[in-house]
Design a protein around this ligand. Sequence first.
Ligand SMILES: O=P(O)(O)OC[C@H]1O[C@@H](O)[C@H](O)[C@@H](O)[C@@H]1O
Length: 297
Amino acid sequence: MTNNQPQHNDHQLSQHVALSTINELPVLKIQNQQASACIAIQGAHLIEYTPTNKANVLFVSNEEPYIKGKAIRGGIPICWPWFGAHETLSDVPAHGFVRDKDWQYEIVSDSLERTDIRFSFTTEGEQAGFAYPARCELLVSIGETLLMSLTTHNTGDKPFEISQALHSYFQCADIQDVRIKGLKNSQFLDQLSDSVYELKKSFKFEQEVDGIVLDRGQPVELKGLGQSTVTLIREGSNSLVLWNPWIEKSKRLSSFDALDYLRMVCVEVTNTSEDSRLVKPGKSHTLFMEIVTEPNA
Ligand SMILES: O=P(O)(O)OC[C@H]1O[C@@H](O)[C@H](O)[C@@H](O)[C@@H]1O
C-alpha cells in the first residue's frame, strides 16, 4: 500500500514531490536522487522512507486501512502535545490530538539531493486536554538521511508543559534479532511491571516491552534489523520509548496483524516523563532526530 510508484491521478507539486492518495488519505510522494518517501497530510505522518538502493526503513501494517479520522498504525506518528495517556483526563485520545488531523504544508526546498517540507498545526487553545494557544511545526527533510524537527511555539501568554514523540516504527526481519545499542547506564522505567532499573548492555526484545529510557540524548544504534543498521541522532531529547506489543497484545491492536510484532520495533525519540518540557510564552522547544542508515557489513 505504501508503494511510491506514480499513479495516473498524481499531481506534481514540484520537481520531486507529487500529491497522491492512498485509499481515503491524501499523501505527498517524494522521489529524489537520494531517497523516496511518502507522507500523509493527516497527522504529517511519514509512512515510507527508502534511501536509494536500500529497503524501506519504516514499518506499516498491511492491515492499515488509511482512513480519515483514524491514526495510521506504523511509520512515524507525531504524538503531541502529550505522549501516552493524558495526565488528568481519561476521555481524550492517547498520544495527543494531531495524529488524525490534517496539517498545513509547504515545500520549502527541493533539490536532487534533498527535499524539505514544512508541516504546521495551530491551536488556539480550543482542543480538549490542552487549553493553550500554540503552533507546532514539523520539518521533514528527505535525502541520504532523514531529518525530522518538531518545534512547539508558545503563542499565548501562559507557560505550558508538553510531552511528545516521533513515534517511529522500524521495519525488521525478526524482532528476536534486534539489538538497541548505546543505552548502557540509562534508567529504564518499565511501564508494564511499574519498576525502574539501569540498563546494563544492549537491549533485546524477548517479550512484550513498553518502557521509557531516561538518558543523555546520546546517539543509539539499531542492529539486527535485516539489511541495514540504523543510527538515531537526537537533539532536545533525553528520553526514548521502546515498544513491542509481542504475541497477546498484537491480537488486540487495531490495524495490526497478529504476527506483525515480529516485523516491527518502536524506538521513539521523545520528551516524556521527567523529560517533559516547559515552554514559556513567546518561546519554543525543538525535538530533533536524524535517521542514518548503513548497509550491514
Ligand atoms: O495504539 P497507539 O495509541 O498507537 O499506541 C501504541 C503504543 O505506543 C507506545 O508508544 C506506548 O508506549 C504504548 O503503551 C502504546 O500501546
